[in-house]
Design a protein around this ligand. Structure first.
Ligand code: FAQ
Length: 331
């Protein structure tokens, strides 16, 4: 049912026999782990899928600045403030690398931002939740960046050269982000009973939305099969979610915090943790624009864009002046 709701992708996975010679040669390059570069021939659906995924990723980075930006002026120490400021700036940088990677596919940054600002483009569900206390900043670093790394480390091997290279740099920075979040939460978890409670409360609120970051279950994921065939995605949503749970539960134990899932249990036979059912209704509500902060996030984004109009105008005027000068000199 949900797959129907969000269906926008490729309906049918072509067999090699159904492919044109060009498509077959392309698939063979992908299978041989040869990177696809911007000027090379590629199937139109491959190009569109990449633009969709890279731009959603870029939008997530810049919208993701908002929940954390909320705490820059209220960070508990100068050091924490400086670290958070640097992290939020990193997210802007990630957005830029990713918009650049998307532009190599023949779409302009203006078009992509227009789609974000008019609410047509998606960004990660996670950024539609509020940051109520300082502990939420720790939880975002630990869980949200942790989930992002789990998803993005394999994307360093993605078939599209510019995306895979952007991922290498982004992943280095994301691991620093993850560590700063875990460090902030460790301080709280080892602090007063009230501070430990604040850390527990943040884990309670961010755990399930973090699991939702990996997307719908494999059975409901519309794009996974084709994207994995093209190596735009390397692992399925459920595989990565399971790896994230397996990695994160011992970290929560080390902090002395309880993962808010009564069904969470080590399964020795599978060699993995079993975990409870995700509230998919909540996930689909959030990606349909009805999460706790969707409207606020978009309003803030549009306001920032409008208030930056004078910068774009000034840059255009300067470029026009420079071009006119160059023309006059050449004449
Ligand atoms: N939120 O068929 P699938 C970060 C959509 S990290 C919203 O499984 P796909 C770092 C999906 O787009 C966060 N929408 O789709 C940071 C599709 O809709 P469409 C960003 C979601 O593409 C940390 C539909 O559901 N990371 O920002 C979500 O194969 C801290 C069907 O789903 C990336 O974007 C969701 N969680 O797999 C920044 C990584 N999940 O397009 C600041 C790259 C699914 O048909 C602070 N992206 N949807 O309308 C990916 O790996 C993939 O795109 C997935 C989804 C795994 C997100």
């Amino acid at each position: 049912m949900y797959a129907q709701m969000v269906k926008t992708g490729v309906d049918h996975i072509q067999s090699k026999e159904e492919m044109s010679p060009e498509e077959r040669a392309f698939q063979e390059r992908v299978d041989a782990d040869i990177k696809i570069e911007p000027k090379e021939w590629m199937p139109e659906a491959y190009r569109k899928t990449l633009i969709r995924q890279i731009s959603q990723h870029a939008h997530s980075e810049i919208i993701g600045m908002q929940p954390e930006g909320n705490w820059i002026t209220r960070a508990p120490t100068l050091e924490r403030k400086a670290i958070l400021l640097a992290k939020v700036q990193d997210e802007a940088g990630h957005g830029l690398y990713l918009y650049c990677a998307a532009e190599t596919l023949g779409v302009s940054r203006d078009e992509l931002l227009e789609q974000l600002n008019n609410g047509k483009a998606k960004y990660s569900s996670i950024f539609n939740y509020p940051t109520l206390t300082w502990a939420d900043i720790g939880a975002i670093g630990w869980l949200v960046d942790g989930a992002a790394i789990m998803n993005q480390v394999p994307l360093q091997r993605c078939s599209y050269g510019p995306y895979s290279r952007a991922m290498i740099r982004i992943c280095k920075e994301e691991s620093f982000h993850q560590r700063q979040g875990y460090d902030a939460l460790t301080k709280l978890a080892q602090g007063t009973p009230e501070q430990k409670q604040m850390a527990q409360d943040a884990l309670n609120r961010w755990w399930w939305p973090s699991l939702m970051m990996f997307g719908p279950s494999d059975a409901e994921s519309v794009h996974s099969a084709q994207s994995m065939r093209w190596k735009i995605k390397i692992n399925s949503n459920d595989e990565l979610r399971q790896k994230f749970v397996d990695q994160t539960v011992p970290q929560a134990e080390y902090l002395g915090l309880t993962v808010p899932d009564p069904d969470l249990k080590w399964n020795a036979e599978r060699g993995h943790y079993d975990f409870g059912e995700i509230n998919w209704d909540e996930f689909y509500q959030v990606i349909a624009g009805n999460g706790p902060c969707n409207r606020q996030r978009l309003r803030t984004r549009v306001k920032a864009y409008e208030e930056g109009q004078w910068v774009r105008d000034a840059a255009d005027a300067y470029a026009a002046k420079k071009a006119a000068r160059a023309k006059a000199k050449a004449a």
